[in-house]
Design a protein around this ligand. Structure first.
Ligand code: GDP
Length: 460
């Protein structure tokens, strides 16, 4: 029970920082009605099923905490999905496919009294291709006389079928013993879950005002914890209370340590940027408005995009553009144009115009960070997403290509942080059609401050 409590101490407002190696993930996959839910309940030992709100996993895949023989693991159930009659094969397989991607091992449940159906075979093919360890559970083997029915499932080519009765509990202990031999101690796929304050990286090329920004933030507010020991390499973080909340600024040592490297400074800076991004959830890219937006600024923004972290753009040194005349007025005009031309691909990022020197508009930073993180965390339920896809494709069908018209069968949000969608299609979608979908998703949901991914899986 203590372990479970520990897992739940992951509130955003907690000052406590908890690093947890992620528990191994076991995905349960199978057709509706094979007895998956009964097996899940059996595995959870009739304990009140604790629904875990796992970041990165949408609610369509319900996640539980399982325990057997003193070992904890995460159980992901793909149930709760009501496939429509026509797309049943494809939709079960698709949901399963995503769960499998997010799992260390798969428990594939087949109804031994029915045998393997074509849907099962569909799933088996996907499981084989996944290269994940698969444990085959032959359910509804309520007594020994039915065991030959389970043995027939050797034919699926997934190794030994484990005969179980989810209803009576028969064989479940042996099955779980076997599951533990296959699951790693620590997940190789699940992201490390970290509680405590949200993690912010302040990025930007030299002299844009990163350390000034940090000093302003730290100087005017309470420094909660200074010099937190870094968990990786040398970077040191600082926790600061801003806007009534504690934030963790990552790798501030890299900002405070003035870099005097003439040679390789660029390379060093990009290494630092990547290291900070790895630890961060949201990046503030600081841009100096007194200078022309440079390739280096854009490269840093691109690193953020590649990392999939949330993004806020802080235009600093606005005090230098205050006057309404001459050069300053002209610089403001050019800046507008530069933003339009060079930063069009991140038009969705919240922008704050600040002066780290005077402190002007510094209070706008926190709402921008909160907005970006909220977008980054967003999860769209599968039902809602598919209703939307149906609307989009009706309003704007994919053009016919060589006599064929690729269709979107359905879609799901496979992950959040950042929101990542998967579309299951009957053929390759044109890049511009994918962009259309992406654009409409942004128009509808906003996702301000977060990159989003729209991926595609073509069904044969
Ligand atoms: P870093 O290399 O990005 O950490 O940049 P620093 O914070 O060290 O700032 C570089 C220079 O820009 C220093 O001389 C700062 O005083 C100056 N600076 C930083 N922020 C502002 C600002 O808002 N307005 C003006 N005018 N100067 C600033």
């Amino acid at each position: 029970a203590e372990d479970l409590d520990l897992l739940e101490t992951t509130g955003d407002d907690s000052d406590e920082l908890i690093y947890l190696p992620a528990l191994p993930v076991l995905a349960i996959v199978g057709r509706p009605n094979v007895g998956k839910s009964a097996l899940v309940n059996r595995i959870l030992g009739r304990r009140e099923a604790v629904v875990q709100d796992t970041p990165g996993v949408t609610r369509d895949r319900v996640t539980y905490k399982g325990e057997w023989a003193g070992r904890n693991f995460t159980l992901v159930d793909t149930g709760g999905w009501e496939p429509d009659a026509k797309g049943i094969n494809a939709s079960v397989a698709a949901q399963a496919e995503i769960a499998v991607d997010l799992a260390d091992a798969v428990l594939f449940v087949v109804d031994a009294t029915v045998g393997a159906t074509s849907t099962d075979e569909h799933v088996v093919r996907m499981l084989r291709a996944s290269n994940k360890p698969v444990i085959l559970a032959a359910n509804k083997v309520d007594d020994a006389r039915q065991e030959p029915e389970a043995a027939v499932l050797w034919g699926l080519g997934l190794g030994e079928p484990w005969p179980v009765s989810a209803l009576h509990g028969r064989g479940v202990a042996d099955l779980l013993d076997h599951v533990l031999t296959v699951l790693p101690e620590i997940s190789t796929v699940a992201k490390e879950e970290v509680g405590g304050p949200r993690r912010v990286a302040i990025l930007g090329r030299p002299n844009v005002g990163k350390s000034s920004l940090l000093n302003k933030a730290v100087g005017e507010e309470r420094v909660v914890v200074n010099d937190l020991a870094g968990t990786t390499r040398d970077p040191v973080d600082e926790q600061v209370e801003l806007g009534g909340k504690v934030w963790r600024f990552v790798d501030t040592a890299g900002i405070r340590r003035r870099m005097n490297l003439a040679q390789g400074a660029d390379f060093y800076a990009s290494l630092r940027t990547s290291a900070a991004l790895e630890k961060a959830e949201v990046a503030v890219v600081v841009i100096d408005v007194s200078q022309v937006i440079s390739e280096q600024d854009i490269r840093i923004i691109d690193l953020v995009l590649e990392s999939g972290r949330a993004l806020v753009l802080a235009f600093n040194k606005w005090d230098t553009l205050d006057s309404d005349e001459g050069i300053e007025k002209e610089r403001r005009r050019y800046l507008e144009r530069e933003i339009e031309q060079d930063l069009a691909h991140v038009a969705w990022a919240p922008r704050v115009n600040i002066s780290a020197r005077t402190g002007r508009h510094m209070e706008k930073l926190v709402p921008a960070l909160e907005l970006a993180l909220e977008s980054w965390d967003t999860r769209i339920p599968t039902g809602k997403f598919n209703a939307l896809l149906a609307e989009l494709t009706a309003e704007h069908p994919h053009p016919v290509r060589g006599g064929k018209q690729p269709r979107i069968l359905f879609g799901t949000q496979a992950a959040s942080r950042p929101p990542t969608f998967v579309l299951f299609t009957t053929g390759f979608l044109d890049p511009q059609y994918r962009r259309f979908i992406t654009r409409r998703l942004r128009e509808i949901f906003g996702f301000e401050g977060s990159p989003i991914n729209v991926n595609m899986r073509v069904r044969e």
